[in-house]
Ligand binder design. Structure first.
Ligand SMILES: Nc1ncnc2c1ncn2[C@@H]1O[C@H](COP(=O)(O)OP(=O)(O)O)[C@@H](O)[C@H]1O
Ligand SMILES: [Mg+2]
Length: 248
């Protein structure tokens, strides 16, 4: 089942055309990689899905319903179902790890403290940060902050997670952990869009690869098709024969 569909998305900033007819869909339960050079509009596209940017033309459809023309108020509940994990972790410095993760629960649910505590402990376990519950963000490394940010973005049990370069700037150990988190989320049946330059990471998580170029989806294929593509532009994105060995 298509859980999310983008139809003919157009977006410009002034004279600058960013998207010129973007089309693709996300099947329920799959995680797709969205690749493209810097500045091609990957982040703007993720932001457009949840109404943080207004598209000029086209349709965004979530579970058979258009969501591109909602008023600001209607976007709030939507953003609990489609969760955007920011490029930087964007934690509140003055709140503890527990408070940061619990924040959306206090905002959006009527759960009591015991229930909230249980949910926070559950996601902390997924991101392997149980020991950090009462630490402050300043006590954490960049990689740990990222993991806390991911825990927060999944605390409301969203149906789709939009990951914006979640492994950028991480060391290999934290990169591995973030990949495990994404795969755990996927194993639970949730869907995702993984924007990244980290092709080896994408190959460990994603079922399908999309390449954004000149405002359109230039390539859309399975991991297998991506790995074996002879298209010169696709090849520059690491679908070379050598990177086949990246995947066991
Ligand atoms: N609010 C904005 N106003 C004007 N230009 C913007 C705005 N946000 C992004 N852009 C421009 O849109 C283009 C695409 O940005 P972005 O989606 O961040 O690229 P990336 O693919 O690297 O994530 C860039 O040229 C960027 O400068
Ligand atoms: Mg970006």
């Amino acid at each position: 089942m298509k859980i999310l569909e983008l139809k003919n998305i157009h977006k410009s900033f002034g004279e600058k055309k960013i998207h010129q007819g973007v089309n693709f869909y996300l099947e329920q339960g799959e995680t797709i990689a969205l690749l493209g050079h810097s500045g091609t509009g990957k982040s703007v596209l993720l932001r457009s899905i949840i109404g943080l940017e207004q598209i000029d033309q086209g349709e965004v459809i979530f579970r058979q319903q258009r969501i591109d023309q909602l008023d600001e108020e209607s976007y709030y509940p939507l953003r609990t179902k489609i969760s955007y994990s920011f490029q930087n972790a964007a934690l509140f410095d003055s709140l503890s790890v527990f408070e940061n993760i619990a924040y959306p629960l206090f905002e959006h649910t009527k759960l009591n403290e015991t229930q909230i505590n249980q949910k926070v402990e559950d996601v902390l376990k997924i991101v392997n940060m149980s020991q950090a519950k009462f630490l402050m963000p300043s006590d954490l490394s960049g990689g740990m902050q990222k993991r806390v940010g991911l825990a927060r973005s999944m605390i409301l049990n969203p149906e789709i997670l939009l990951y914006d370069e979640p492994t950028a700037g991480l060391d290999p150990v934290n990169t591995d952990m973030v990949i495990d988190i994404m795969n755990e989320f996927k194993a639970r049946g949730f869907s995702g869009i993984f924007v990244t330059h980290d092709i080896p990471a994408a190959k460990r998580v994603c079922d399908r690869f999309l390449l954004l170029r000149d405002g359109k989806i230039y390539f859309n294929g399975t991991l297998e098709e991506f790995n074996h593509s002879n298209d010169p532009f696709v090849l520059t994105f690491g679908s070379t024969h050598r990177s086949r060995h990246d995947v066991p």
